[in-house]
Design a protein around this ligand. Structure first.
Ligand code: CMC
Length: 380
């Protein structure tokens, strides 16, 4: 055991062999099933990318139509148990925690039909698509319960991204808003082996069901070092009075050795995150239609200061926060949206894990004592 190199946080250690995605640092690309994620975000819809993730190929029109119909069918069949659960949780829980509870509760429908065995029959795909379809609905439902507002029911006449935005805000989005949101969903859809994907695959490797695996993934993604960063970025931007104050604010925080949310990344620590580059451009598009130039300027000051002071670049969460804000989305929903988008990638990972499973069971490097014996004086 002792001769195996220990790398805290499993930094750089391969956890799985996968055909889903890869961060190709040499070519500065995020490869999704062979394609460059940024190109996919420019050319395809989120549902097309989700299909690619899940099945490995781009969909033919009839396959895309069938996927869309399945998603609509699931979204139209919201389990009646969920409303009362969210109402009971009230204002106490963050929407990520409500989502974690909701996903777990969703399993009840399939439990008595034996549908929770991921290896039994051909129900796995439908379960994964059901989760993918219902996560956005659950987020919107939980938010409505928490804010005591009526729940905007899913609209079958709107495409996936527009419908999701509608459920979050209660306002039908413009074509530009829909396009920006759809692209952001794509950018968030998959990213190789982040903490939450690893968590989901570890849970699935015991042959636990997909509801359990995604419940664990929500818990992992909520942390501020992971998905929770986008919410923290918005809180920071709101705490600063404008572009002029941003530099002084950051210098102060850095002086105090604080971690600035939205900067740095385990894999791209001192290089640009391609997703952040595209999201910055999406922010500019949105600002030209809706205003918000002070917010944009503040972000740009932050980017410059962090590069000069720490050699750090923004990650996806940095520019996503002002984009969501300008789309009229409540800050507490930013991380749940990350999870909703990522459900497509997670579904692909669960399918891959169950399809070629071996239980995750690593070892430790033991630093504690050995050979102790219990003596009378040792016990309180
Ligand atoms: N602000 C200030 N210093 C930083 C930051 C930051 N955002 N990120 C890294 N550093 C410094 C850190 O203090 C450390 O310095 P030193 O060596 O002097 O102690 C060095 O960089 C290495 O940091 P680390 O925490 O050991 O590196 P890591 O690979 O474990 O951390 C990270 C990666 C994402 C947790 C970290 O960059 C961070 O905390 N960023 C802020 C949170 C954030 O934006 N998270 C979203 C990540 S992207 C979306 C996602 O995948 O969830």
């Amino acid at each position: 055991m002792d001769e195996i190199e220990y790398r805290p946080g499993l930094d750089g250690v391969p956890a799985v062999q996968t055909r889903i995605s890869f961060l190709d640092l040499e070519h500065e690309q995020i490869i999704i099933r062979g394609y460059d994620l940024i190109e996919l975000a420019k050319q395809l819809s989120y549902l097309e990318v989700g299909y690619l993730l899940l099945y490995g190929d781009l969909p033919q029109p009839d396959q895309l139509n069938a996927l869309e119909a399945t998603i609509r069918r699931h979204q139209a069949a919201i389990p009646p148990d969920l409303g009362p659960i969210y109402a009971a949780l009230g204002e106490r829980l963050h929407p990520m925690d409500a989502l974690r509870t909701g996903i777990s509760a969703l399993a009840a429908d399939q439990a008595d039909q034996g549908g929770l065995d991921p290896l039994r029959g051909d129900g796995l795909e439908d379960t994964l698509i059901r989760l993918w379809a219902l996560v956005p609905v659950m987020i919107a439902q939980a938010h409505s319960a928490r804010t005591h507002k009526p729940f905007p029911e899913p609209r079958a006449d709107l495409p996936f991204a527009a419908n999701f935005l509608w459920m979050l805000t209660g306002v039908k989005p413009s074509p530009l808003e829909t396009q920006v949101f759809d692209r952001l969903l794509i950018l968030y859809s998959e990213h190789e082996m982040p903490n939450s994907t690893f968590a989901a695959r570890v849970i699935a490797s015991s042959l636990a069901d997909p509801y359990g695996a995604l419940t664990g993934a929500v818990a992992a993604l909520k942390g501020p070092l992971h998905g929770g960063a986008n919410e923290a970025v918005m809180q920071m931007l709101q705490a600063v009075s404008g572009p002029e104050a941003m530099e002084a604010y950051l210098l102060d925080r850095l002086q105090a050795k604080a971690r600035i949310m939205g900067f740095g990344h385990r894999v791209y620590m001192h290089r640009p995150d391609p997703r952040a580059v595209m999201t910055k451009a999406l922010l500019a598009d949105l600002v030209s239609e809706k205003g918000g130039s002070a917010l944009k300027a503040m972000c740009e000051v932050g980017e410059r200061v962090m590069r000069e002071q720490k050699g750090l670049y923004p990650n996806l969460d940095y520019y996503a926060a002002p984009v969501y804000h300008l789309l009229g989305i409540a800050t507490e929903l930013f991380t749940p949206i990350f999870f909703a988008a990522r459900t497509a990638g997670l579904a692909a990972h669960l399918r891959e894990q169950y399809g070629n499973n071996r239980l995750f069971r690593p070892r430790v490097i033991y630093l504690g004592p050995r050979g102790l014996t219990v003596k009378d004086g040792d016990r309180g």
